[in-house]
Design a protein around this ligand. Structure first.
Ligand code: NCD
Length: 303
């Protein structure tokens, strides 16, 4: 039995197979409409989320399966004091596969150890968000045709943004990727990630100003300042509108630069960019469903 805790749980060859399957599902959705008939996905969300949860629900439903679950810790037995380990043992009796989001780093891993069914980490605190990374990689591979040889800017909350942490880990395995980290001083990439890049001799640059580096980027991954992980409101208010990507800034960017964002967006990308052909964030949300369909099939051994 296989779980997904980190994007590194799959080799790059396995990821290629997964992305091929996702592209095949996109081209031929009816072929997969009953692939999960009779199967049940449990979505155990201990932290609010609409997007990721609905993306999983949509994926399983489009495969012909069914979904059970909870979307808030207060409506689960966690409110009565049940441990994640006990919850997953019970859920294993009810469902065939589980997607779990939890505010505590490592909680899905603890669950996986006791689980009788595959567990997918759907985001654990400020740590990892592997299915968002699969989404990001599939989007880049499909729209750019490759996962190597590019310069990517990651902008915004690089400290608390788990999608950023997972994406850097995942991209560190591909050739000739240049990272440009764009953030206010307080929201820089955590040291353990910087160390990893240094160890692997992967080039990176840390800057504060977006306009300085925009012309050099092949893609720009914007992120929201993670309000829920701040210790005080004042800091959040001071930093939340630090970056706003607008039409004027986009004039500095390459003509084929991709703009990515895991969503939800707050103010960091002006809505005037939405119709720019370089804006790929809504397509990215669509790829998120295909890649989750491919992942469910793969972990259930149905691929
Ligand atoms: C991200 C998350 O939950 O970390 N959102 C998502 O998965 N769609 C990014 C975010 O909340 O900013």
């Amino acid at each position: 039995m296989r779980h997904l805790m980190s994007p590194l749980d799959f080799t790059t060859d396995e990821l290629d197979k997964l992305f091929d399957l996702a592209n095949e599902i996109e081209a031929n959705p009816t072929k997969y409409a009953h692939a999960c008939d009779g199967k049940i996905l449990a979505t155990c969300f201990y932290e609010p989320s609409t997007r990721t949860r609905l993306s999983f629900e949509s994926a399983m439903t489009r495969l012909g399966g069914r979904v059970i679950g909870f979307s808030d810790a207060n409506s689960s037995s966690a409110a009565k004091g049940e441990s994640v380990s006990d919850t997953i043992r019970v859920i294993s009796c009810y469902a065939d596969i589980c997607a779990m989001r939890h505010p505590k780093e490592g909680a899905p891993m603890v669950a996986a150890e006791r689980s009788g069914i595959p567990v997918i980490n759907a985001g654990d605190g400020g740590h990892q968000h592997p299915t968002q990374t699969l989404t990001d990689l599939l989007t880049i591979r499909t729209l750019k045709g490759r996962l190597n040889n590019f310069t990517i800017g990651l902008c915004g909350d690089l400290k608390f943004g788990r999608t950023v942490h997972s994406l850097i880990h995942a991209l560190s395995r591909y050739e000739n990727i240049n990272f440009v980290f764009i953030s206010p001083e307080e929201l820089r990439v955590p040291d353990y990630i910087i160390e990893l890049l240094k160890e692997k001799n992967i080039p990176f640059e840390e800057v504060v100003r977006l306009d300085e580096v925009l012309p050099s980027l092949d893609m720009l991954y914007m992120t929201r300042v993670q309000k829920e992980r701040f210790f005080n409101e004042e800091d959040y208010i001071r930093l939340k509108d630090f970056y706003i990507l607008n039409t004027e800034k986009m004039q500095l960017a390459k003509e084929d630069m991709l703009v990515l964002h895991p969503l939800p967006r707050v103010n960091e990308i002006s809505v005037e960019i939405d119709d720019d052909p370089r804006a790929a964030y809504f397509k990215q949300a669509q790829y998120g469903v295909y890649v989750r369909m491919a992942l469910i099939l793969t972990l259930l051994g149905l691929a």
